[in-house]
Design a protein around this ligand. Sequence first.
Ligand SMILES: O=C[C@H](O)[C@@H](O)CC(=O)C(=O)O
Ligand SMILES: [Zn+2]
Length: 268
Amino acid sequence: MEVRHATAPDQVPGATTEWLRARFLVEDLFAPGEVRLVYSHEDRMVVGGAVGPARLPSPAPLRADRFLDRRELGVVNVGDGTGTVTVDGAPYELAPKECLYVGRGSREVDFGGGAFSLVSTPAHAAHPTALSTLADAEPVRLGGREGADERTIYKHVHAGGVRSCQLVLGVTVLEPGSMWNTMPCHTHERRTEVYFYFGLPAGQRVIHLMGRPDETRNLVVADRQAVISPPWSVHCGFGTRSYSFVWAMGGENQAYDDMEPVEIGELR
Ligand SMILES: O=C[C@H](O)[C@@H](O)CC(=O)C(=O)O
Ligand SMILES: [Zn+2]
């Protein structure tokens, strides 16, 4: 498991494209029969990808007998068909974009055929493992044709949905012909957020904006790649085609709307 250290906003001016990509972009998470994980010191979030059949390991940097001894996990099916995730012998069927929350203390997590994105945060208590379907996730329509940002937000793990210690997780799906996510954008000083882009056609890219609102940079992101957004960073993007993304947060609170909005004219 790769370990990435935390960053500070004063490292961004002067940073090269390569430096930014090595710290904030997560590539190559998906390989057949493997679970690949990256540990970030930003709120100690672990970001991963699983392609079954594979079992969740407990990599050495965790110093834990089992991955979920002190953690909780959100799994989202990012493939095109139904996928099965088995937790301590109990199978859960996930349709595309559906989420399984796996609680602290679970022992074995097995991924069947399919592709899954993973996000984990430290957990102080055991909440029950629970499936969240798209219907459970209380879809919210946002945006419009005029802003090229018609999209549906599915909130899976949050204060009013599946319970967790600190993880907040959902999926946003853009309509065909809609390319912008999260514009106007925001920061949230009390949480780190990970965006995991998927459903982007081969050869297309998302231009993801990061950095302080007055010092932005861009990352050019391909399908099934993730971006780590520290609390000081905006996170929004424009695709060359429509796409979906998993967004997941960890940190001080679980209030979805605890954010600092940024006016478009403030961006530099
Ligand atoms: O803090 C919340 C997150 O950035 C996302 O939920 C935003 C998002 O999915 C969108 O606007 O499309
Ligand atoms: Zn956000």
